[in-house]
Design a protein around this ligand. Structure first.
Ligand SMILES: CC(C)(COP(=O)(O)OP(=O)(O)OC[C@H]1O[C@@H](n2cnc3c(N)ncnc32)[C@H](O)[C@@H]1OP(=O)(O)O)[C@@H](O)C(=O)NCCC(=O)NCCS
Length: 182
């Protein structure tokens, strides 16, 4: 999808994130977490999403939050690595939103000196596997799942400018589209 607005989500976006996760059907949640999720478990997960310096980004293809990308540092990993995870509402899938979110997370990881981005998905998750392959990730089969590992380049002035410009652009669009919520 051309021109999807992606911006960093903060604690004050909790209500948007909650609505997004509550709108996801069972299949999407199963693919996201790799196992069935009970409502209480989901509530607990959402309420802790912004903890531990997680970097959370939201995609706004219209005026609503339709996709979320999460980046979390893996503590004590020898290669300074992070784990990424994604959710896109079903009716908005296959339009490039996942790709746009992954591209943003790669830039964000690069700018923070993260050298590896790991993504874990069910072995049957063709969309995630396709996305990972498009970004030249190495895929490794673990029982029932696939672990994709992306090697991130070192930060550059260009990657810094790219992140700042994208965030600034999202902010400008939000101001111009007020009072619609972005
Ligand atoms: C995985 C997910 C984030 C991808 O988001 P998305 O917005 O649909 O992704 P995109 O549209 O950018 O890309 C999907 C790609 O998969 C391809 N694809 C779709 N169905 C496919 C299939 N059955 N087999 C192979 N490729 C397929 C699409 O053609 C597209 O590739 P292309 O850009 O080369 O055409 C989304 O499907 C999702 O939220 N799934 C449920 C949660 C999940 O699985 N999260 C990942 C684990 S953390």
């Amino acid at each position: 999808m051309q021109d999807v607005i992606i911006r960093r989500l903060r604690k004050y976006d909790q209500a948007l994130v909650t609505n997004h996760f509550n709108s996801l059907d069972e299949d999407v949640l199963l693919s996201r977490f790799g196992t069935p999720v009970q409502p209480e478990g989901l509530r607990h997960y959402i309420s802790n999403m912004f903890a531990n310096a997680a970097l959370i980004f939201g995609a706004f293809p219209d005026s609503c939050l339709r996709g979320v990308g999460e980046l979390r540092l893996i503590p004590d990993h020898k290669h300074h690595a992070a784990e990424a995870a994604f959710t896109v509402e079903k009716v908005w899938q296959d339009q490039g939103i996942g790709d746009a979110l992954l591209s943003r997370l790669i830039t964000v990881a690069q700018n923070r000196g993260v050298r590896e981005v790991h993504m874990l998905c069910l072995a049957t998750n063709q969309k995630m596997r396709r996305l990972a392959e498009k970004h030249n990730a190495e895929l490794a089969l673990v029982p029932g799942q696939v672990e994709a590992t992306l090697t991130t380049p070192w930060p550059t002035p260009f990657s810094m400018a790219k992140e700042i410009t994208s965030e600034y652009r999202a902010f400008t669009r939000a101001v111009l589209s007020w009072p619609n919520h972005v």
